[in-house]
Design a protein around this ligand. Sequence first.
Ligand SMILES: C[S@@+](CC[C@H](N)C(=O)[O-])C[C@H]1O[C@@H](n2cnc3c(N)ncnc32)[C@H](O)[C@@H]1O
Length: 256
Amino acid sequence: MMSTQNTKTIVSTVECYDAWSNTYDSDGNILQLLDNVAFEEIAQPLLNSINQNSTKQICCELGCGTGRNTTKILHTGWSIIAVDISTCMMKKAQERVKQLEEQHMSSVSWIIHDLNNDNNELSINDSSVDAVISTLVIEHIKSIERFFKTIYRILKKNNYSWVFITAMHPNMYQAGSQAGFTIDKTTGDKLCGISFDHSIEHIIETATKTCLKLIKYTEKGVENEEHATNLGIRAKKWMGINIHASFLFKIQNNEI
Ligand SMILES: C[S@@+](CC[C@H](N)C(=O)[O-])C[C@H]1O[C@@H](n2cnc3c(N)ncnc32)[C@H](O)[C@@H]1O
């Protein structure tokens, strides 16, 4: 363990998610609920649309976690390359998609990989995937320059390719919050991984420098008392604050 501050214990990101994997899907995380809405609004229509130029569309999911979105992608018939650093999170995802793979005749390839490891390039071919999805992962990424370079490298360079990224909004980080889970309900002690405070501007600027063009940006928050009640007990303290951000990028025209 690296350090303990107030009620937050900071451990390596992989240690955090390995431990969190058992409760990640059931601990009432409001960001996941807002993320579902953003996914439905932005990624789902793109997954549903058929690209006549590609026989089998491939989506790379960076930080697939427990497969919360992997199953949604599989339902649309895309093939998936799912990447994560945590074997425990990925194991949950593998259990989740097992039956679906047969039903949808699509497949998932699994890659355990640390996106922060400068010495180890992600083993996916250049210009080989039609879309990249990465939800609620970017706060753990040390160098977003390298992150976007990898995304750009693996994306097919055409008008159809797209990238959907969501993030915990920096408003939350600045209020002292970061990805982690409660390990002691009475004290509220949390176990957290390593997080980085990337501003929205920095994310967009970096993507733009990496030849990706911002197509859509949205923020979501806890709108009012009723919305807070619907989202659950943990939503009240965030009322009136935007806590979720989502980005849709495409390849810049001059790179196609
Ligand atoms: C908050 S979870 C999001 C999981 C899933 N995308 C979702 O939206 O439910 C963050 C995920 O990113 C993974 N992750 C964090 N740092 C990573 C890294 N450096 N390389 C690869 N995966 C990483 C974690 O293991 C975890 O599964």
